[in-house]
Design a protein around this ligand. Sequence first.
Ligand SMILES: NC(=O)c1ccc[n+]([C@@H]2O[C@H](COP(=O)([O-])OP(=O)(O)OC[C@H]3O[C@@H](n4cnc5c(N)ncnc54)[C@H](OP(=O)(O)O)[C@@H]3O)[C@@H](O)[C@H]2O)c1
Length: 346
Amino acid sequence: MRAFVLPDFERLPTLADIPTPEAGPGEVLVRVRASSLNGFDLSVAADRLRGMMEYRFPVVLGKDFAGTVAAVGADATRFAVGDPVFGVVMKPELGDGAFSEYLAVAEGYGITRMPEGLDVHQAGALGLAGAAAWDSVEAVAPAAGEAILISGASGGVGAIAVQLAAARGATVIGTAKPGEESAFVRDLGAGHVVDYTDDLAKQVRAIRPGGVEAVIHLAGDAPQLADLLVPGGRFASTLGVGSDQLGGRDVRATAVMANPEAATLDRLAADVVAGTRGKLAAPSPSRMRTREDSMPVLAIVGAGPGMGLAIAKTPDAIALLYWELHTQRDKIEKVFTPSGGEQLIS
Ligand SMILES: NC(=O)c1ccc[n+]([C@@H]2O[C@H](COP(=O)([O-])OP(=O)(O)OC[C@H]3O[C@@H](n4cnc5c(N)ncnc54)[C@H](OP(=O)(O)O)[C@@H]3O)[C@@H](O)[C@H]2O)c1
């Protein structure tokens, strides 16, 4: 089967033919129809997880998946062949991934049935960012009327967290660059948008002089954000920041590890389908994401739910784009090549 793999630490990710996996005991084989790019994939491809996780080469990239069950392994009873499913690859070592035609995953964790009405492309972008957003919002549990500052609100996790927090009746202050990004965050339900490239503290204090009750840290300077909390405020970070990193501040901090258990995936999917509770918006096809900070290998846009325009800086990145074009062609409008050329896809 075709897969987008990291062959080893010395080479760049590339498309390759590798053996099609088989569903082992307790596993299902998924025919992948959609996936999306997360920061995690960039970290894997850039060796940032070397020493932290085992790399079983060739490492197939890709955490999020959506597709149909193609086979079930021995003792696997939860799904039947043909069932539409989506989820997140949650294996302890790096090796199997979703940027492939087929993927074998345990049936018990990180996978659920795709409900009717959930578009396969939305499902392929929902799992990891959605679970991280869900767990972050739950960790700080903003109540109606409380103010919550979401730093990184314009990103994949943030876009969902804004909607979930707003649905709880909280006053959401989201960070974004002015212009299109800011309008996007406001549209998701943020009552206020602050420009993170300017004096953030001043802008937040102008809205809530006494501070905010909760902070979700998806980007930016954690201590600076924690200083904007009321005494005893709640802080959640997807970047591994817990109490230890926040010194002696009077805050309750949680380092969130996204837990895409079926119950969470089901709630997220139901929200997208219902489109009511906080109108959990489907990923916007026209949304543009840039990854200028990422390494040259995969400077690709589309982390989290917003696939739209993709930028590639190397031929290998273009290979990935073509894989994405295969599965998400209706979501990609343009590909920019490293030479500055531009290719229109439509
Ligand atoms: N712990 C976990 O289980 C877990 C799970 C999922 C994700 N994560 C991590 O959580 C983070 C967010 O993930 P994501 O998928 O949402 O990433 P993303 O789509 O790349 O979004 C990051 C957002 O942060 C914004 N940003 C950049 N610098 C900022 C700053 N100084 N202040 C405020 N906002 C800033 C970016 O805005 P611009 O577009 O303006 O640059 C972008 O919108 C990533 O680091 C990811 O690796 C962790």
